[in-house]
Structures are given as structure tokens and as C-alpha cells.
Design a protein around this ligand. Structure first.
Ligand SMILES: [Zn+2]
Length: 211
């Protein structure tokens, strides 16, 4: 598979995060017990200005699909139990993963015990994967301003501004709080708050686009 180096930064075993995964013996627990795995190759979209975890991609060497890195995440219940590698929901193949050196050593030493069952265990594991990856949602880290989120945000912003400007500040400065002030303040801050909320929705929605 050819990777466009102008668009993607490639992370492979030479990257310090990957080297750490291979060398740190503490990660044996993650790998062998929890089944947490790191793919051998990860890509970072250089043309995107999203937060890193949103622009990390995992290529499948079998079908060339570029998967969103969040395909295997705690939110999707797919971060763990990947003992045999990362399952590709597109082609059903297994995306090769790095191995921790201590894990490899442990597996080699205990091979006589588990080696007999390897094939059966793998087949059993593989059979369960399509179900696990049926409803993958990579947008479950929601944009707080999307849909009607901006209204709640805007109103909360308006209420706090109203309290600070029209109630707390006059109290601190010994200024009288009149009904007139309040009658003006409430609608002004509702409108201003909603305006701010809507601006944040637009602003946040643009984050993923190229600047
Ligand atoms: Zn695939």
C-alpha cells in the first residue's frame, strides 16, 4: 500500500511511542491480559487541524482502508480484547500489531501450554469480532455545540454574564439594582448569550476544515 507522505505522517516502530510499547515490561498486562494492541503503522493526517486523536488513521494492509483511529476505543468497547490484533471491520482481516518484547518472551516460554489451543482460540476470537464492530461510531466524542448544544451553552453563558454584570457587580460597587436594569438585562443577555452560543457552534464546526 502506497502512503501519500505529503498528506500523512507515518508512525511506525521507529517512533518513541511505539518503542515504548515494545520495551516497557509493564505493558505486558495491557497486551496479554487486557488485549490492548498498537498497530504497526499509524498515520497522522497532516492536512487536518483537528485534535490529534481525531486525525489519527490506521491503514489496513489487506484492503487498504484507512480507518479512523477511534475505531478501536474505550467509547466503542473495542479498546481491549484485541489479543490477536486489530480486527478490520471492512474486510474481516487482522491488522498487524506491535508486540511487547516481554510479552513475546512470556508467550515463547509458555508456548507448550497454550500453543495447542492457539488455532481454536483464534478462530473463536475471530468469530466474535464482526458483532463487536457492527456499530462503530467515531463521532461519540461529541461536539458540545452541535445540534441544539449551542442553545444550552449560550443560555448558560447569558445567565452567568447577567449575574456577574447586573447583580454581582452592582452589589460590589454599591450601585442600586433597579427593576429597570433587570428588565433590560434579562433580554439583552439572553440574546447576547444565544449569539455567543451560535458563534461557538460555527467556530467549532469549522475546526476540521483546512485553514
Ligand atoms: Zn481490511
Amino acid at each position: 500500500m502506497k502512503i501519500d507522505q505529503n498528506k500523512y505522517r507515518v508512525y511506525d516502530w521507529k517512533h518513541f511511542m511505539m518503542i515504548h510499547w515494545m520495551l516497557n515490561p509493564g505493558l505486558v498486562f495491557n497486551e496479554l491480559v487486557l488485549g490492548q494492541r498498537i498497530p504497526k503503522v499509524m498515520l497522522e493526517d497532516k492536512t487536518s487541524n483537528k485534535p490529534r486523536f481525531e486525525r489519527t488513521l490506521v491503514p489496513c494492509p489487506h484492503c487498504d482502508t484507512l480507518h479512523d483511529g477511534r475505531t478501536w476505543s474505550i467509547q466503542n468497547n473495542t479498546a481491549f480484547k484485541n489479543w490477536f490484533g486489530l480486527y478490520c471491520p471492512s474486510c474481516g482481516g487482522i491488522i498487524p500489531c506491535l508486540s511487547n518484547f516481554t510479552s513475546l518472551l512470556l508467550l515463547a516460554v509458555t508456548f507448550p501450554i497454550w500453543g495447542w489451543f492457539r488455532k481454536a482460540l483464534k478462530a473463536q476470537w475471530l468469530a466474535k469480532q464482526p458483532e463487536r464492530f457492527r456499530n462503530i461510531d467515531v463521532d461519540i466524542f461529541p461536539d458540545p455545540f452541535a445540534n441544539k448544544g449551542w442553545i444550552a451553552y449560550g443560555l448558560m453563558f447569558g445567565v452567568s454574564m447577567f449575574l456577574i454584570i447586573d447583580i454581582v457587580t452592582p452589589l460590589l460597587t454599591d450601585e442600586a439594582i433597579t427593576c429597570f436594569h433587570l428588565a433590560i438585562g434579562v433580554p439583552v443577555w439572553i440574546v447576547a448569550g444565544l449569539g455567543w452560543g451560535y458563534f461557538m457552534k460555527l467556530f467549532s464546526g469549522k475546526r476540521g476544515e483546512k485553514l
